[in-house]
Design a protein. Structure first.
Length: 376
């Protein structure tokens, strides 16, 4: 008979809870559903902007999963809370899987420089200056302080080129392509330039620079400066994906190569992974940190958009983000050391048959939408 007096009083009842607690739980449950979408939708192999944009804030999402996981602890006796906890833990695992290579505890993909030979060193500064930014003095001061051998600037229009006129005196070679559509690009160097041209791999309105420079030692290096389309409402990532694949194909033909600029992509995305597989280039960030360059105007929403990839006959001497220049991007500085023996102990990712098919599909999709001005 005592069994009839047990569970009804002890069993948790949602209906008997205070209203604020019920609504708090419903709110947390809704947040869990939204976070589950951000974890699993980016796994889809599609180029829809609203899916691919989930590739970017993986670190921020990771923090959000942990915070919400802690918030549902008071509701842990509920079955739905247990299910939500499992989903959130799965989301944590997914985000850690993608960003782990960029944590300081991960192995280096690119070795640290061993040679001190200044003739084989290469100092590079790249920055998205933000077209509407007017603080050219900050850019000039930064370049004067860092003394890079190569400068690549994105989002330059004619006003920017005029404001940066002192660089044409400071550097013996410059190639500029100002545009008012935020895709202008400029290249300055004191190294000997064997060749350089502005190319539109997918669209003429989105140019890249293809140059061959000579180190002080005389070694030839192929350099691509790029700034492809970002994923944004109403526009998928077809053009961006195709441009990175085409650049990857180009540089794979060169023994020594560097690709840099505002890639409008994060290193842990499937597109950048495919680019590395096609090109065979290394990422000096892996195992050293995120080096987030965007958004410089926010302390929380930051992730790496400006990159430099390099062939396996280089090692990295230094990599760091630079101070604010009034843009929404922080500049990126990298010092490389040409050490051909490094190719025996480090190598880029391999391109298998599945990756080749993905690369071909990315290019074909772009050509159907936007017939390329160049045949590659």
């Amino acid at each position: 008979m005592n069994s009839t007096l047990t569970t009804p009083e002890k069993k948790e009842s949602v209906s008997n809870e205070p209203g604020w607690r019920r609504w708090l739980w419903y709110g947390l449950l809704l947040i869990c559903v939204i976070l589950a979408i951000t974890a699993f939708f980016p796994l889809l192999l599609v180029n829809w902007w609203w899916v691919r944009i989930g590739d970017f804030p993986r670190l921020q999402l990771l923090v959000s999963y942990i915070v919400v996981l802690l918030a549902i602890i008071p509701f842990r006796k509920r079955l739905t809370a247990k299910i939500a906890a499992i989903v959130l833990c799965a989301g944590i695992g997914i985000q850690l899987f993608w960003i782990f290579p960029y944590l300081a505890i991960a192995p280096h993909e690119m070795e640290t420089a061993q040679s001190q030979n200044t003739q084989t060193r290469l100092r590079i500064l790249t920055a998205n200056v933000l077209q509407k930014n007017t603080d050219a003095a900050a850019v000039l001061e930064l370049i004067d302080r860092e003394q890079p051998d190569i400068v690549v600037l994105c989002e330059v229009n004619q006003r920017w080129i005029s404001d940066l006129a002192p660089l044409e005196t400071k550097y013996s070679y410059h190639l500029t392509h100002p545009l008012d559509n935020t895709y202008g690009i400029a290249f300055y160097t004191n190294l000997r330039v064997k060749s350089a041209e502005v190319r539109g791999l997918v669209k003429r309105e989105i140019p890249s620079i293809d140059a061959t420079v000579l180190l002080r030692s005389g070694k030839e290096v192929r350099l691509f400066a790029v700034h492809p389309n970002p994923p944004r409402p109403g526009e998928d990532t077809t053009k961006r994906d195709a441009e990175l694949v085409l650049v990857g194909r180009e540089v794979s033909k060169s023994k020594s190569a560097i690709v840099l600029g505002d890639l409008n992509d994060v290193g842990w995305s499937r597109t950048t992974n495919l680019f590395q597989e096609v090109s065979g280039l290394l990422d000096p960030r892996k195992g050293r940190g995120l080096f987030a360059t965007y958004d410089a105007t926010s302390w929380f929403w930051r992730y790496p958009l400006d990159y430099l990839f390099v062939s396996d006959d280089f090692r990295v001497a230094e990599i760091r983000t630079l101070p604010d220049i009034g843009s929404d991007h922080f500049p990126l500085f990298v010092e490389l050391s040409y050490e051909p023996e490094a190719a025996a102990s480090q190598e880029g990712p391999d391109l298998d048959s599945g990756d080749q098919e993905d690369a071909a599909e990315a290019v074909e999709a772009a050509r159907k939408k936007h017939p390329s001005p160049e045949k590659n």
